[in-house]
Design a protein around this ligand. Structure first.
Ligand code: HEC
Ligand code: HEC
Ligand code: HEC
Ligand code: HEC
Length: 451
């Protein structure tokens, strides 16, 4: 992306990139740290210009963050007990004659005793004043604070023109104007990247780039005119309501177009912006150095699993948990439901764990819940100790725990139809953007007479 643009280009992240939650249990921490280190190494290689410090970056503490490869962190409000800042309040970056100041604000986080968050208004005031002294063309705020009154913030700090929110929310949000402020946010944790193009007068009020909207309106008007023409000339009877409705749509479109034309003709100074979101797939990242960092992270996670497996006591504890969860594994079901077992073996569900192995991800607690049986969240660390008969998307991943049914089929019956409700947990748009329940249930071929 950097290579494809003539304009000065800045690579920023609002934070919350390192961990999957703001706090992890002691069991989750070793894996979490390994993943965080791999992410930090990748970021260092990609050459970020500034990265905000969010609560999700602090899950293993400030000291851990300081032990990672140095990223260009910014936080104006994260301070030591004595009030001295831990990271720079702001970073001033100059490229191709354009100078921007990037300020960070950290959201509420769990911190070691020797650190604290000072009031953000006070921190921001200081950082904005410092940026003012450096003569910047633009002040950008990277924030992981939960919901704020951005309009009020814009009134108090009119010099801040762009805020990038670290997103604990799921979706990409198009930029929104609050007073003099343009607020943007990208889907959480490295799922996509946003390109925000800025132009025009960066000190003037924002206005979206309307040229594409104008094209769209012109096309709609064209199509409405064509339909109206055809209907009025047709000898067939046309419902008057339909005709009236088309005319109303035409009027509305013309009004919208007039407003757009007026805005475009307005020669008053305006800051202009446009956004494009691109999904990130790990495989599409072809920078060999980044791939190497990711591989290293994976190896570290596998090594943690190996160490765990040698821990006999821990193993006993985890196996008990698996039993208590009430699962038995697919081979138990296959004894009586041969036909289903046969058709199941012909689907990829039976090899979902092997798929993870091929990606060296079989110890990754983020992946396991959808590629094995009996695990529904990344918090269930017994996922690392599953017996072979649960290392697949087995019968019970859809039909639910079957220990009791296996022991007493008539006494603890199963409701086959309920299994249809299970698909949605794993076939989420992010991992399967083309899921169709009726079509895909047929692929499973679970129904049939052989029992
Ligand atoms: C010992 C033999 C046996 C085992 C083991 C067994 N089942 Fe069954 N299963 C049956 C019988 C018999 C029925 C029919 C019970 C009835 O209709 O009352 C049944 C019914 C079902 C049904 C409902 C079928 C329908 O038509 O509604 C499902 C679903 C099911 N089993 C799934 C499983 C799963 C999953 C496992 C493994 C966890 C499993 N069974 C293990 C014997 C078994
Ligand atoms: C526990 C998570 C999970 C559940 C629940 C689940 N799936 Fe899947 N499904 C997967 C995974 C993972 C794959 C891909 C496996 C692979 O390629 O390694 C998959 C693959 C598939 C495929 C492709 C099969 C093939 O052989 O090409 C179909 C079809 C499918 N699922 C349908 C369903 C339907 C329908 C349901 C609900 C009745 C369902 N799945 C429930 C995780 C799940
Ligand atoms: C929320 C559930 C979910 C999680 C979490 C998940 N997967 Fe999957 N995965 C699926 C489903 C569903 C499919 C099947 C998609 C399809 O058939 O198109 C799948 C398919 C795959 C495939 C084979 C299809 C392909 O795209 O080549 C691979 C490889 C894979 N997953 C790897 C991973 C890895 C690695 C992780 C962890 C970083 C992971 N998955 C986490 C649900 C999940
Ligand atoms: C990916 C999800 C999924 C998996 C895995 C799965 N099933 Fe099913 N199964 C279903 C669904 C959904 C239905 C109901 C289909 C319907 O009602 O059209 C069903 C139906 C059944 C039935 C009732 C059949 C009938 O004639 O009505 C039995 C028995 C059964 N499954 C057993 C199993 C066994 C045993 C396994 C493992 C070898 C298994 N299933 C694996 C989703 C699954």
């Amino acid at each position: 992306m950097r290579g494809r643009t003539q304009a000065p280009f800045f690579l920023l992240d609002a934070g919350d990139a390192l961990f999957s939650a703001p706090a992890l249990s002691s069991r989750e921490l070793p894996q979490g740290r390994a993943t965080a280190r791999a992410v930090a190494e990748s970021y260092a290689i990609m050459g970020y210009d500034a990265v905000g410090v969010g609560p999700y970056d602090l899950a293993a503490g400030v000291d851990f963050l300081l032990s990672l490869p140095r990223l260009p962190w910014v936080s104006a409000n994260l301070v030591r007990a004595d009030g001295t800042p831990v990271f720079p309040l702001l970073r001033v970056i100059e490229r191709k004659g354009v100078r921007i100041a990037v300020i960070g604000l950290t959201g509420k986080a769990r911190l070691e005793k020797k650190y604290r968050l000072r009031p953000w208004e006070e921190a921001l005031k200081e950082a904005v004043a410092a940026a003012g002294k450096k003569g910047c063309d633009l002040i950008v705020l990277l924030s992981s604070m939960k919901e704020r009154d951005w309009l009020a913030l814009s009134r108090r700090f009119p010099k801040i023109r762009v805020v990038i929110e670290s997103a604990a929310h799921g979706a990409n949000i198009p930029p929104v104007i609050h007073g003099r402020l343009l607020k943007c946010g990208v889907q959480s944790r490295g799922k996509s990247i946003a390109r925000l193009d800025l132009g025009g007068d960066l000190s003037a009020p924002w206005q979206p780039d309307l040229s594409r909207k104008k094209e769209r309106l012109l096309r709609r008007l064209d199509s409405l005119n064509w339909r109206l023409n055809r209907l009025t000339r047709s000898r067939r009877k046309v419902s008057p309501e339909y005709l009236e409705n088309l005319k109303l749509q035409k009027e509305k479109t013309e009004k919208e177009l007039a407003a757009v034309n007026q805005a475009l003709a307005n020669k008053a100074a305006r800051g202009r912006f446009r956004t494009r979101f691109t999904a990130i797939e790990p495989e599409t990242d072809d920078d060999p150095a980044v791939l190497k960092a990711v591989e290293k992270g994976k190896r570290e996670i596998l090594a943690i699993k190996k160490r765990l497996e040698k821990d006999r006591k821990r193993r006993q504890v985890e196996l008990k948990k698996i039993f208590k969860a009430g699962y038995t594994g697919w081979s138990g079901c296959g004894r009586c439901h041969e036909k289903q077992a046969a058709s199941w073996r012909s689907t990829r569900h039976a090899y979902a764990y092997n798929t993870l192995m091929s990606k060296q991800a079989e110890a990754d607690l983020r992946c396991l819940p959808c590629h094995v049986t009996g695990v529904t969240s990344g918090k269930e660390t017994y996922a690392l100790f599953l017996p072979g008969r649960m290392r697949a998307v087995g019968c019970e991943a859809c039909h639910g725990p079957g220990q009791r049914h296996t022991a007493d089929p008539a006494g603890a019956p199963m409701d086959a139809a309920a299994a249809k409700n299970a698909c949605g947990r794993c076939h989420v748009p992010e991992h399967d953007d083309d899921f169709d329940l009726n079509r895909d249930v047929a692929v499973l071929d679970c129904t049939g007479s052989g029992r």
